[in-house]
Design a protein around this ligand. Structure first.
Ligand SMILES: [Fe+2]
Length: 190
C-alpha cells in the first residue's frame, strides 16, 4: 500500500512526458502531480526519511531509465543547509514534512551572488528551479530541533549531473556531482 502513491506519481509523470517534453508544460503538470503526492505524508518509507547527524541526505526514490527525470527525498536534520548551488536542469521541490527555507541568489555585475527573496515552504507546497529563470539557490531546514523532508523531481539523473556550488562573495564556482545516499531504491510494487 505504502508505495502506491509513489508509483502513481511515476506512472502519471512518465505518461505525461511521453506526450509533452516542453519545460513550461512539465513544470505546470509536474507541480500539479507533485503537489498531490506531498499533500499526504503517509507513504515515504522510513529508510528514505532518515536524517544523518552531520549532513543532509539525498535518497534516490526513482530514476527514469532514459534519464528524463529522477526523484529524490531530501532529508534535513536540525539546522542543516546546502551550500549555494545550481542544478543545470529544471527541478520541482515538494514539501512533505517540516518546513524549509529556499533562498534565491542573483548574479551581480562584479560576479558575486547576492541573496534575494527567501521563501518558507510548508507541507504540501511546491517550488521550482530552472536554468531558464533561476537556478541558483540555498536551501535550509527551517527548524533547529526537528527533521524536515522534501521530495524533489529533476529533469535528468540529478545524482550524476555535473553542477556547481558557489562562494557567494566571489561567485567562484566549484564543480560537484552529488551522488545519492542510498544503494537500493524503493520497491514501487511492494
Ligand atoms: Fe537545489
Amino acid at each position: 500500500m505504502k508505495n502506491e502513491r509513489l508509483l502513481g506519481f511515476v506512472r502519471s509523470f512518465s505518461s505525461f512526458l511521453a506526450v509533452d517534453r516542453s519545460e513550461p508544460a512539465i513544470l505546470v503538470e509536474g507541480a500539479r502531480l507533485l503537489a498531490s503526492l506531498v499533500e499526504q505524508d503517509d507513504w515515504l518509507q522510513e529508510e528514505f526519511a532518515r536524517p544523518d547527524p552531520t549532513f543532509y541526505q539525498q535518497y534516490l526514490l526513482y530514476a527514469d531509465p532514459l534519464e528524463r527525470f529522477s526523484m529524490v527525498s531530501f532529508v534535513w536534520g536540525p539546522g542543516q543547509k546546502t551550500p549555494v548551488h545550481d542544478h543545470m536542469t529544471w527541478g520541482l521541490i515538494g514539501m512533505l514534512r517540516g518546513q524549509e527555507l529556499d533562498t534565491r541568489f542573483h548574479l551581480q555585475a562584479d560576479g558575486s551572488l547576492k541573496p534575494g527573496e527567501t521563501r518558507i515552504l510548508a507541507p504540501g507546497q511546491v517550488a521550482y528551479v530552472s536554468p531558464a529563470t533561476h537556478d541558483v539557490h540555498q536551501v535550509a531546514n527551517y527548524y533547529s530541533d526537528q527533521t524536515s523532508i522534501s521530495i524533489h523531481v529533476y529533469g535528468g539523473n540529478i545524482g550524476r549531473i555535473s553542477r556547481h556550488v558557489f562562494d557567494p562573495s566571489t561567485g567562484t564556482p566549484k564543480t560537484f556531482i552529488s551522488g545519492y545516499g542510498n544503494d537500493v531504491v524503493p520497491n514501487l510494487w511492494r
